[in-house]
Design a protein around this ligand. Sequence first.
Ligand SMILES: [Mg+2]
Length: 373
Amino acid sequence: MKITGIEVLQISVPLIHKYTLSRVIGSKEKTECILLKMSTDEGIVGLGEADPHVPFTEESVESITSCILKYLAPVLIGQDPEDIAGINSLVDKAVKLNLMAKGAIDMACYDIVGKSKGQAVHDFLGGLQRQSIPLVWSVGNELPPKTLEDVKTVYDQGYRTVMIKTGHFDPDTDIERIRLVRESWPDLKIIVDVNQGWDVKTAIAAGRMMESLNIEFFEQPVPYWDIEGLARIRKAISIPLSVDESLLNIHDAHRIIREGAADIFSVKVSKNGGITRTKELIRLAEENGMRCWMNSMLEEGITQAASLQLGLSSSSLLDMGHAYFSPLRLAEDISTYSDNIRNVEIYPFEKPGLGVDLKEDVVEKFLVGKYHY
Ligand SMILES: [Mg+2]
């Protein structure tokens, strides 16, 4: 089989509610994403997606579009999409980093291989390790009364894992928010994500205040570059520590492990460069006795489906909700992904490949730009 064309669609879908992260990242009111359609000479079309979030990511919709059109597509035309290792080697030679752009290519190749074999991607990633995965919900930075209201809404829907975004207000307000949630719902699994909003001293002080609140883990309290700071925090508090913004590629993963900077890898298939590269991170975590949490950016259904294929076939996931809820935040799902969410769990797709289709009329509605190579 040969790759014959690559189409890049820029999409932007409004969120139902504004979503406020830390002071470092800011607020979001819509997604910015890339859909990729990889055509082949056998008529199979593979779907990929990239989900930049400036300034969380250094990549943007514009940089991903130009990376794919100018540097990746020219080396991919005529290549065999079923040789995924070969494709990843080619794109790595073509440009440095640019993980989200490469991730969209990798996802599309997996989709093509699955469609060609007539198998779901999880079948050739190691098979189903579980029949479904419970969902987490993520609550943005809001004052204590609104935080309680937001958690109540999703708890009543059946969610039993909630990520609470912090790092926007002062740490005392954040501690109060977490304390009120813990007191109101003793059985709720709580993740505290700071999105780089604190410094080491603040993180240690706030972490100690939260040690009695039964927190599952603390994510990315300090800036992404401060691996040494993460290691100091990890030594100083008893709450497990997760890395998100600090964990992009395999070199980051090796350094984090070497410096003892985390207990948990927060992996995201688009952020980490596709299924192949994310699977390597999961394998490395397993080899080092660490656990993984399947996280997401603000994603549409293609990345979510790619992440699901990987999550379903991984044995080292934390026993809690994972981030397979992203399209539920959006005005509309541009794909068939959400159809497989039932009772706050996501179930495997039966269709071959990534298992999801685009709803072309909905894609058209939210289309911002369209390019073809
Ligand atoms: Mg995070």
